[in-house]
Every structure is written in structure tokens, then in C-alpha cells.
Design a protein around this ligand. Sequence first.
Ligand code: G16
Length: 539
Amino acid sequence: ALPVESIRALADLHPKPAQVRFQYGTAGFRTIASVLDSVLFRVGVLAALRSKKLDGKTIGVMVTASHNPEEDNGVKLVDPRGEMLDTSWEIHATALSNAQTTDNFISELERVVQTLNIDLSKPAHVVYARDTRPSGASLVASLEDGIKAVGAEGRNAGVTTTPILHYLVRAINTKGTKESYGEDSEEGYFLKLTNAYKKLVSTRETPEPLIIDCANGVGAPIAARLAEYLGGTLPLVLENASITTPGALNNACGADYVKTSQKLPPSLAGRLQPGQRGCSLDGDADRLMYFYLDERGQFHMLDGDKIAALVAAFIVELDSQMKVGVVQTAYANGASTKYLSERLPVRCVQTGVKHLHHAAEHYNIGVYFEANGHGTVLFSPPTQDLLQTYQPSTPAQSTALEHLRNLNQLINQTVGDALSDMLLVEVVLAHKAYSGTEWDSLYVDLPNRLVKVVVADRNQFKTEDAERQLVSPVGLQQKINELVRRYDGGRSFVRPSGTEDVVRVYAEASIKAQADELAFRVAGLVYDECGGNPATRPK
Ligand code: G16
């Protein structure tokens, strides 16, 4: 039976705030940190139950709000193979988080145990970590109370990146098996990645230094350690590494800033030289954006779509027999979709890494990237087996095979990982002898604009067709269509964010001014339809 008394005693210390409704969304629970205490406690309990349900396998919990502002925080669960929580459990997470009293919470727990037929006599293991947010330490303490309340065993992985936590979960659960993913430590992670990187670039010259904008987040200390393991094979210059400066996290820097504003973080002005490669991480280092300045000092962004194009082409060149496919979302630049679909199968799915990840599993090698720089490359289990057993018949085949084996080690197979992706990009650039300019010229991005609209209730917005069509509010899509038709090369869609309390509007057109105008006019339609706080008109 559930240890009701111990749960009750600890749950009383973490009461749910009245009038707040929580939702396990695109990236778990995410909102202003000050209301999250009870959620963390309850997630601790739920993670333990999930572990019991899966026969004591280790479940991961990451405390982060990634690209969101510093005052936000969040928490997401990681399943045993290092992938996102099975979606069928999200409703249980949401229900548990919204039980108002301790009694309600306990009855909800009993319901979950019964519905899911959880054998409570099984052991439970949870590994957890957090990013650098000031609210993180106390939220982790609440999580630990939840883990303790059900007598589960917890392992604190400290302050680290989201992808490292995913790595650890997979490494712990595969330890000593033939699928062993690596040593279950940060060191194991660094060694796995850097050994593969060094082999992949062993015949290439050391590149010019790469500037990393660390978003003043956890990517800074982790990239610093990565640099030690790389030992000069890839010179890194870390910028925006102030993890203790209040308010600095993701502020006018980081991958989301670069993608949304399509600008160089002001703090890098004068640091990034024309022609030099730079990249930005986000607050938990799972997103990556590259950029460079041309000789006129003009900023050029190389986003997730450009990364997908670069990497997919490289893999296909290594092995034209493999079924390589690409997965994107509606945010993918139309020019990237055109470029890729002329070469490979391309699928569009809804926003959220979990959706892309699952779609990518259908290919021998599945390349998935969101335009915002979140993504990875998956090698299917049969492909991994084939890479192990294949007998090459020519020297060229043998080299290609070695490269694919090393790429399989280099690329985080559990989730999008900015640092692993960064090494991947560097490998491809080194092999192709590409500068930013050559990479950028694979195709020319269509001008585009992303805006947010604050509305009274974003849950009114419902979409279909991989988020490209609004079905609610009724009639709004038709108005958008009428507007879009008036713009050359126009495309636009509206969807509720899963991580911020806003509705997002994306627009593309063949001329920049038109893309901006279309985005703002669609945002205006959204605003007029749904109102909101006049202080927060589209921005
Ligand atoms: C999270 C998700 C991403 C998603 C992003 C924005 O990223 O993991 O898949 O693209 O949120 O989602 P939305 O537009 O629904 O707010 P992160 O880096 O914030 O964890």
C-alpha cells in the first residue's frame, strides 16, 4: 500500500497554492518559480511511481525552465531510455499537480496506482538535476521530499545540462548490458563525446576558435569542462558565462534571443570578428544556434533548419544506402523544407521534441531539428547493429563506416543536446572545409517573423495539421488565410505556446518588410479576436 502517513506529513509542508492551475505541457511543468513548490514535491512522488511501474528502472527529473526568463522554473520527467515521459502519463502528472488539498492529492495518488496497476512493492530509483536558476536549490529540496515520501532512492546529479541528465538516465539503465550507453557520470559523457570528436577530426587541421554564448546559464560551466576534455582540438571562447549575476540568464543573449530577434547578442559586439564562427546555447543547453558576421559586419544566423540541412547532407554522402529522413515542425523555414525535400523524405510534426523524436525513430537515421535549434540525429537499433557488424569491402567504405560509428557516439541519442550538436557541426564544417558563408549558402532563408501575443486564455487556441491550421477560435483561420493570400510567398500560422503563457504567431513572405507586416497583422487578428491585457499588445 501507499505509505500514506509519510506522504501526508511531507505533503502538508508543500501545499498547493489556491487558484493556480498547472499543466504538464510541451516541456513538463513550467511557470513562475514562486508557485512551483507543491508541483516539485508531487513530481518526486510521481517519478517514484513511474519507476515502480517500470520495475525499478531509474527515472530522471530535470528542474529547469530552459529558455524562459530567470524568474520562471519548471520540471520535466525523463523515461528510462533517456526520452521524454510517455505522453500517456502527462494527464496523471497534471491531475496530481492540481489536487487542492493533501487529502485530494492522496486520493488522486490512489487512483493513479489503481488505474495503472502499479505494484508498490517494487523498488524505485530517481536521478535528478537542475540548471543554474536561483530558485533551483529550494525546488530540488521539495522534489527530494517527494522522493523520500514514498521511500524511493534518489541520486542528485547536481547542477548540469538537460541533455546530460538524459544521458545519465540512459547510462544508468543500460549499465552492464549490451546496450551500455556509457559511464553513468558527467565524466563518462565528456569522454564519450570528445573521444568520438577527436577521432572524427583526426585528419583535419585545428579550426579557428569558436565563440560560445552560454546564455549566462549552466552551459557555461559544462562547456568549460568540455573544453578541458577537448584539450585544444577545438579552441572554445566562452562568453556570457555569468551564472551568478542576478537577472542575467537568457537576458539579451542565448539561443532563443538569437532566433527570435535574429540579431547578435549585444554582449558579443566587438568580440565576434567577421568570418569567425559563433554559437548560442539556451538556459539548459539543449538548443543551439550558429551565426557569423560577413565582411561587411552583417549578421547571419544558422538555425536548426540550417543545422539539419548541413548534417543530413553529410550523412547521406557517407552512406547513400541508409534510409535517412528529416523531421521538422511548422516553424521550419519554407526554403529549408524545399531544399531538404528535394533530397530526402521530410515530415512535419507538431512542436515539442518528443513529437520529433518519435517521428525520427521511423528512419534508419532520423535527423530532427526544430528551427529554434533543438534537435539531434537518431540511429535506429537495427542501424546501430549494422554499423557494428558490417564488413567494408573498400577503403572508402571502411572510412565511411568508421565515421558513422563515431557519429553514433558523438551524437546524443536521447534528446537534443547543444554541446553534442555543436561538436557535430564542427565535424561537418571541418570535413567539408566550410566557413559559415558556405554553410549558409546551402539555401537562402525566406524572410520570417515570430511574435508573441498575450491573450486572456491561450487554451482557447486549438490546432490541427501539425499546428498549421487553427480550428478554434472558429473562423479565425479563415481570416488568416485571407490575409496570407495578399502576400507574395506568404505563410503564417498561430499556435498556443506550451512553455509560456502566450500565443505565438509565425509569418514568412518573400520580402522581409512583408513578413514583418504579415506577422503583426495576424497578431492583430488574434488580439482582436481574444482581447487580453491592453498593456500587452503584440510584441
Ligand atoms: C521547449 C521544447 C521545444 C519547443 C520549445 C518552445 O524548449 O522542448 O521542443 O520548441 O519549448 O515551445 P513552445 O513554442 O510551445 O513554447 P525549451 O528549450 O524551452 O525546453
